[in-house]
Design a protein. Structure first.
Lengths: 420, 162
């Protein structure tokens, strides 16, 4: 079916993942296919954290693509995910972002489900005074909230619609799992959340997260404030599939500031040009010396660690040219109050008003507006070559962007290249 | 004698004058004036109602002193990239919640319309200001200005303070 579609009217350029044809960001047919093949297809989607549903009866609403989804924890502490759509008329069943309930009851006609999504009862099933009611043979066991497969890795709850999606650990792969474990493998505490509505196709943000080339060019906060970035060494690790990536950098060992050394805290301030140096107070959290990392999991998840600022970003399409980007700022249960305070202040670096990142709110919109009437033109993604491979020595490469397109083409059926 | 009593203008009027001056300087994009509305140790926080209700400390902006605000002003001028836009603040009257000899707490509501370079206008933000205001020799200043957004979502980005 994918090939038919390609032959219909859309041909991926022969350079493969080193090009992204601009129709991919603005064609409504492509968008519909993505909903089916990616969001309701063979991929795992981040739903929420297990600390978002800590207790039996907790439920939370989210979306996979544009499909509304409920996540619950039942009486036995098992986690379930289901489509937020009543089996009767299709109404949303849960309206709140977060709640704690004994049952899930649709407000429309009071169809009531248990926390696993099984239909338990239907209002007026036997009618009133012998009149009305459901027909003979009506059996609640034939109706339920559409169930999703659920798996958890490192406190993250993932869901998928497809029976064919490989287990989450296979999906993530051996190159990705250890780094997730490094960042999320301890009891977590949510320090704050917000979201950002950006006016671009979701894939432009997926590219942007994997684009280590732009980081010091578009985001000039560090250079403006003369915070030395040239001493940072780093690289890119791709998963075997190319779908996921880690971009990492190490800041050279910073000079110990006597005032902070006793508390194992040092000032990250390289130069006095910050009027509020508290912004970059930090401590070395990991033995590996990595002080900046972005890890993406296909299609729409990112784990970010900037100094000590840990955050999960995930995003969902809200239409072909609109995307909601969610920020979940995290710390660890074991953090001291001083460590929490540093994470809180460093929160200024990222998010909707992030000193380093706020440009990402508009840059993808600039691409959307620049390209939306040029379907036959493509982007040029050859920084670092045309290959999809890890780059241990350099971040001046678009290899992770190409990795995204490699995964995208495969899952969408654009794999087959047609020579010009 | 209370510091407030040095002038005959009623407290609420003086608080609202401060809040108006703050908003209208920002609407005129006189962003350099922004940090001076705060005391040196003043705090400026933008967060959401959802974070406040859940007692979560990370919102959207968190400046714990005037220096951090000055850094944001500098970043606005020289580092950050964004499509040019303006704000138009509509302020509600201030409710004075508490007053002592040299400080008061006030709450007021606001809405902000954002005007983009090419003419598009959107209702960008609605929420409340939770202020702690100090009286200094030179006038009133914010010791803390906490901007609580009613929505959990920001449209596009936030680079001009609210």
């Amino acid at each position: 079916m994918g090939n038919e579609y390609i032959q219909n009217n859309r041909i991926w350029p022969e350079e493969g993942p080193a090009r992204a044809p601009f129709w991919v960001f603005s064609d409504p047919n492509v968008y519909e296919q993505e909903q089916e093949k990616i969001f309701r297809g063979k991929a795992w989607h981040f739903l929420c954290l297990d600390v978002d549903v800590p207790n039996p009866g907790d439920c939370r609403t989210t979306t996979i693509g544009e499909v509304p989804v409920i996540v619950t924890r039942d009486e036995n502490r098992s986690i379930h995910a289901m489509v937020n759509r009543c089996a009767h008329k299709g109404s949303l069943v849960c309206l709140k972002k977060s709640d704690n309930v004994a049952k899930l009851t649709c407000v429309y006609h009071a169809w009531t489900y248990n926390l696993a999504g099984d239909l338990e009862s239907v209002a007026f099933r036997h009618g009133l005074h012998g009149q009305g009611g459901m027909p003979e043979g009506f059996d609640v066991r034939n109706y339920r909230l559409q169930e999703l497969r659920v798996e958890t890795f490192c406190s993250m709850i993932f869901g998928t619609f497809s029976e064919e999606t490989p287990p989450i650990e296979t999906y993530l792969g051996p190159a990705m799992m250890p780094f997730i474990l490094r960042n999320l493998g301890r009891p977590l505490r949510v320090l704050g959340t917000h979201s950002q509505v950006i006016r671009n196709n979701w894939k432009l943000y997926a590219e942007n997260l994997r684009d280590s080339y732009h980081a010091t060019l578009l985001h000039t906060f560090y250079t403006t404030f003369k915070i030395n970035r040239l001493d940072m060494s780093g690289g890119i690790t791709l998963s075997d599939t190319g779908w996921h990536h880690i971009s990492y950098a190490r800041r050279a060992r910073m000079q110990e500031d006597a005032e902070y050394s006793t508390a194992k805290v040092h000032s990250a301030q390289y130069d006095p040009s910050l009027a509020g140096p508290d912004l970059l107070r930090s401590w070395n959290e990991f033995e590996d010396g990595i002080t900046q990392s972005i890890q993406t999991i296909f299609p729409t998840l990112c784990i970010q660690f900037t100094l000590n600022s840990l955050a999960i970003r995930f995003f969902a399409p809200r239409g072909i040219d609109e995307t909601e980007l969610h920020w979940v700022y995290l710390g660890y249960e074991q953090d001291t109050p001083e460590q929490t305070e540093m994470r809180v202040i460093q929160g200024n670096l990222t998010g909707a008003a992030g000193l380093v990142s706020l440009e990402d709110g508009c840059i993808n919109e600039f691409v959307q507006r620049g390209t939306h009437r040029s379907p036959d033109v493509s982007s040029f993604l050859e920084m670092g070559g045309r290959q999809v491979a890890s780059e241990p020595g350099s971040r001046a490469t678009e290899t992770a962007v190409r990795g995204f397109w490699q995964g995208y083409r495969k899952i969408m059926g654009f794999q087959k290249e047609i020579a010009a | 004698m209370s510091a407030w009593a040095t002038e005959f203008v009623p407290l609420r009027e003086r608080v609202e004058a401060l809040q108006m001056a703050y908003a209208y300087r920002l609407d005129d994009l006189d962003i350099d004036a922004w940090p001076d509305f705060f005391t040196k140790t003043g705090r400026y926080v933008v967060t959401t109602r959802e974070n406040v209700q859940a007692s979560r400390p990370i919102g959207i902006i968190n400046c714990v002193n005037r220096g951090m605000m000055q850094d944001r002003v500098k970043a606005f001028h020289t580092a950050n990239i964004f499509e040019p836009h303006l704000y138009n603040h509509i302020l509600g009257p201030a409710e004075i919640l508490e007053r002592s000899a040299d400080q008061c707490r006030a709450r007021s509501n606001f809405q902000v319309v954002r005007i983009m370079e090419h003419g598009r206008m959107d209702l960008y933000a609605a929420g409340s200001y939770r202020d702690v205001i100090s009286v200094e020799d030179t006038g009133l200043r914010f010791q803390e200005r906490k901007v609580v957004l009613d929505s959990c979502s920001v449209d596009i980005l936030m680079v001009i303070p609210l």
